[in-house]
Design a protein around this ligand. Structure first.
Ligand code: GRF
Length: 186
């Protein structure tokens, strides 16, 4: 059954793009109803506007977390969204949203390793042979919760730039595959 989703993103939005293309190509049975961002300059806004996906901008300097989350929930309800996908959203998700509907996140590491920012860089600097990508349901803790899928790439002797590029490519594929899995199960 078609799942109406919202994507939360703070930056470039390449994962939004991958999910949008997978929707258009009917690889996953989703309808992206809304993009939520805390960054009014994020490139993801341009991408969303190009595809006529509505954007909702929140401001944590102006409003409290609970006010923001209550407003987001209003938006989700209006648009009958029942699944939230985090794709580079750089703000903590609080209890209001966590208790509202399932929320999935993508993180570029073999969780529980390298939670938080700059995960690829930290794994690379440590000389890890493999760098992972995890798609998981979230809970109250940062980059934590039940894993849906995990895969990795081998660093070989590649540069950091090339490694980051490969990890992002894997992310785009793994987010789509994870949603296919999730939508089969619910
Ligand atoms: C990705 O590396 C994702 O795993 C992490 O934030 C980054 C977002 O990239 N959570 P983009 O904005 O989707 O290009």
């Amino acid at each position: 059954m078609l799942k109406r989703v919202a994507i939360f993103a703070s930056g470039n939005g390449s994962n939004f793009e991958a999910l949008y293309q997978a929707q258009v190509n009917k690889e996953i049975d989703i309808s992206i109803e809304l993009v939520v961002t805390n960054n009014k300059d994020a490139y993801v806004i341009k991408r969303a506007q190009e595809y006529n996906v509505e954007v909702y901008i929140v401001d944590y300097k102006k409003d409290s977390e609970s006010e923001i989350e209550a407003n987001i929930i209003k938006q989700l309800k209006e648009k009958e969204v029942t699944l939230v996908l985090l794709a580079g959203y750089l703000k903590k998700i609080g209890p209001l949203l966590i208790n509202h509907c399932p929320i999935i996140n993508i993180h570029p590491s073999y969780l529980p390793k390298y939670k938080g920012l700059n995960a690829i860089e930290r794994a690379f600097m440590n000389g890890d042979e493999y760098i992972g990508v995890s798609v998981h349901y979230i809970d109250e803790q940062l980059d934590n919760g039940p894993i849906i899928m995990q895969e990795g790439i081998r660093v070989n002797n590649n540069s950091l730039e090339k490694t980051i590029e490969e990890v992002h490519k894997l992310e785009h594929h793994l987010y789509v595959a994870s949603l296919q899995k999730v939508l089969e199960e619910i």
